[in-house]
Design a protein around this ligand. Structure first.
Ligand code: AQP
Length: 332
């Protein structure tokens, strides 16, 4: 079975609709067709300052949400990044293979560092895509299910994997991004020219899955659309409406064309009301399940211990090969 690897930061608190539709939903589906490795990336979280107590709680909350979304520890390997020290170890090797210029071209870094200012930007934020290279290559992943915003990082991973293989001999699987056209980029409800994001979106533009469903419904009902009245999928001219249609289509499993037909002659209000209801209905059991998993810390931590053990078995083997290839003297 082909292998997939992906991760999510624990720092968002609640996952948002973009995280779920762009990434986590695919993770759930891929458990059955792929050998799947999924992790909560706490090493990435500390690239910006974190309160230690909150980080620990947020890490468990992220795991609980992944389980609530449908990850099954019997069908995938679910773990916390810092429990597998090989990530940081291979990360160093990757740092030494990546050009400063290459890393400087990462648009996410440019955006985030511009917001933080030079003084507030850590070197970790700069090298975070390089740690991500190690995350992926450690598991010899064939595919990386992520949102569109991560495409550039997966492309960099491919370049560095090929560079390593050329320089030191065939070692790493060169991974491909797995990004769905329909949901690879879910847009901000208030500004459909930008992605829905925990840091860039205004509160009204961001639908958090753990929010009170009434709050989310209200946000959806006040989503920005356009001055026409026709419900048509046209991302270029009608980004707001198209975003709502993408979300509704994915959550209900109805083709966009069918939705367009169904809404013929109806106004935007009908589309928004229906979407608000669908999201609320989806989110209510998700919230309840998340709370159930959170309440049972013992089981949750046991899942993570088992996940880390399974992940380490793979990661340690790859790291040993990589260390050997670069010429490190084996420790006796
Ligand atoms: N708007 C989005 N549409 C589709 N996919 C998205 N992802 C994030 N936003 C969207 C995907 O979610 C996965 C986890 O991303 P992350 O670990 O970066 O989580 P986050 O920090 O909560 O995501 P944000 O909101 O995007 O954070 P900031 O604002 O810090 O940039 C990834 O696969 C990502 O592509």
């Amino acid at each position: 079975r082909p292998r997939v690897l992906s991760g999510i930061q624990p720092t968002s608190g609640s996952f948002h609709l973009g995280n779920y539709l762009g990434a986590v939903r695919q993770w759930v589906a891929l458990q059955d067709s792929h050998d799947a490795f999924y992790m909560v990336v706490d090493l990435h979280a500390i690239t910006v300052p974190q309160d230690p107590k909150e980080l620990r709680a947020a890490t468990r909350l992220a795991v609980a949400q992944l389980l609530a979304a449908g990850l099954d520890p019997e069908r995938c390997t679910l773990f916390v990044q810092s429990h597998v020290p090989e990530h940081a170890q291979l990360g160093w090797v990757m740092n030494c293979l990546t050009g400063f210029g290459e890393a400087s071209r990462m648009t996410q870094f440019k955006d985030k560092s511009a917001k933080q200012g030079t003084a507030g930007t850590s070197v970790g934020l700069f090298t975070y895509p390089i740690l991500q290279i190690a995350d992926i290559l450690l598991y010899q992943a064939d595919q990386v299910p992520v949102g569109e915003d991560q495409r550039q990082h997966v492309e960099l991973t491919r370049d560095i994997a090929e560079r390593f293989n050329t320089r030191f001999g065939e070692t790493f699987t060169v991974p491909a991004p797995y990004i769905l056209k329909e949901t690879g980029k879910i847009y901000d409800l208030q500004d459909p020219s930008i992605k829905m994001s925990k840091s860039a979106s205004s509160p009204k533009g961001l639908v958090n899955l753990l929010d009170d469903p009434k709050v989310s419904a209200k946000k959806i009902r006040s989503a920005v659309t356009d001055t026409e009245t026709v419900i048509r999928f046209d991302p270029e001219h009608k980004p707001g409406v198209s975003n709502l249609l993408s979300i509704l289509s994915t959550l209900t499993g109805t083709k966009i064309g069918e939705l367009e037909q169904g809404y013929e002659g109806k106004g935007y209000g009908a589309l928004k009301t229906d979407l608000a209801e669908v999201v609320s209905e989806w989110a209510a059991p998700f919230r309840a399940r998340t709370q159930d998993f959170l309440d049972d810390t013992e089981t949750l931590d046991a899942i993570l211990a088992k996940g880390a053990e399974k992940a380490r078995a793979v990661a340690a083997e790859t790291l040993a090969q990589a260390y050997d290839k670069v010429g490190f003297l084996p420790a006796k």
